[in-house]
Write a protein that binds this ligand. Structure first.
Ligand code: PMV
Length: 316
């Protein structure tokens, strides 16, 4: 074991996908942004053994259980993989995870925990990990959670910047002419992204001729949304959100709760609204103007939103 660590913390934000979820798995682009008002914090403190404490996990990492084949817990895997990346033994310390990001609701909670743990492990070893290296490690862990993730979640969370993302390519920044304000509303229903992604895969395999045009349409919507953001065409952006939501409905990943919140937001004069992330539950997002923000938030609460987070995509 290496020398005693000093107490420190690392953090990682949540994320929302503005446009392009699901189609991104099939090589189409997506636009995603970090959400910093909720986050994961990992606190590292000196201890007598290497230990991880999270809500669902409390485990010792002993030198003889550092074999990745024997560790099934993704959080422990992240710590061990990061230490192995540097080829160094883990120091004796306690990793404690605290998170304000709702789980299984499309906000990237799993990727954020992995990112904060990876940074914490590197720092405990007296090293810094680059964003591309951390991103690759977090992606490996995402594969345990999701099966075949596109990589959009880990990328936006690790880089902590708005990204135009295409699977397999380095993330690109995108231009934002005017700030855009979003409300993120939680249906209160958790849903597994792995399942909705698996169901879309089944639909695709059963009827590619029907599903491919929907994926293509989402790809076009993402390109138009990128243009709208770069020219400040906020009204167009709102219409594109609704078009994207319609496509996601056709892919069967919306739900009555999500549709209900989307309609409530639009009726209260949100400029646009759509589900965000894997769907079937989790969160939806609404684009609002300052004068309508409170009314839309009220309408969302009345329609059953469990929690509402506001976030601004700042001009670049
Ligand atoms: O549910 P989330 O926030 O993990 O988002 C998943 C996004 C999908 O496009 C549905 C899947 C993926 O791997 O990109």
């Amino acid at each position: 074991m290496s020398s005693r660590v000093e107490t420190f913390t690392t953090t990682a934000p949540a994320k929302i996908i503005l446009f392009g979820e699901h189609a991104v798995v099939y090589g189409k682009p997506a636009l995603a942004v970090p959400v910093t008002s909720v986050s994961v914090t990992v606190t590292v403190t000196p201890d007598t053994v290497t230990r991880l404490e999270a809500l669902t996990t409390s485990a010792h990492l002993l030198p003889d259980n550092l074999n990745l084949d024997e560790i099934t817990d993704p959080l422990l895997q992240m710590i061990v993989k990061t230490a192995q990346f540097f080829g160094e033994a883990l120091p004796a310390c306690r990793f404690s995870i605290a998170s304000t990001i709702p789980v299984a609701s499309g906000l990237g909670s799993g990727a954020a925990v992995s990112a904060a743990l990876g940074r914490a492990t590197a720092k405990a070893l007296g090293r810094t990990i680059s964003d591309p290296d951390l991103n690759a490690l977090v992606y490996d862990i995402e594969r345990i959670h999701h099966g075949t993730p596109s990589g959009v979640d880990n990328t936006v969370i690790v880089y902590q910047k708005p990204v135009f993302f295409v699977r397999g390519s380095p993330p690109q920044p995108f231009e934002v002419k005017k700030p855009a304000r979003f409300l993120i509303a939680d249906t209160g229903r958790t849903a597994l992204t792995r399942e909705s992604v698996g169901d879309v895969r089944k639909l695709y395999e059963a009827n590619q001729a029907k599903i491919q045009p929907i994926l293509d349409e989402i790809g076009t919507i993402v390109d138009l949304a990128r243009q709208a953001l770069s020219t400040g065409a906020i009204i167009t952006l709102g219409h594109l959100m609704w078009s994207n939501h319609r496509c996601l409905q056709k892919l069967t990943v919306s739900s009555p709760e999500l549709d209900n919140l989307v309609h409530a937001a639009l009726e209260a004069d949100a400029l646009g609204a759509k589900l965000s992330g894997g769907g079937r539950g989790g969160n939806m997002i609404a684009l609002v103007t300052p004068d309508k923000e409170d009314a839309v938030a009220e309408a969302l609460k009345r329609a059953g939103a469990h929690n509402i987070i506001a976030t601004t995509l700042e001009a670049s």
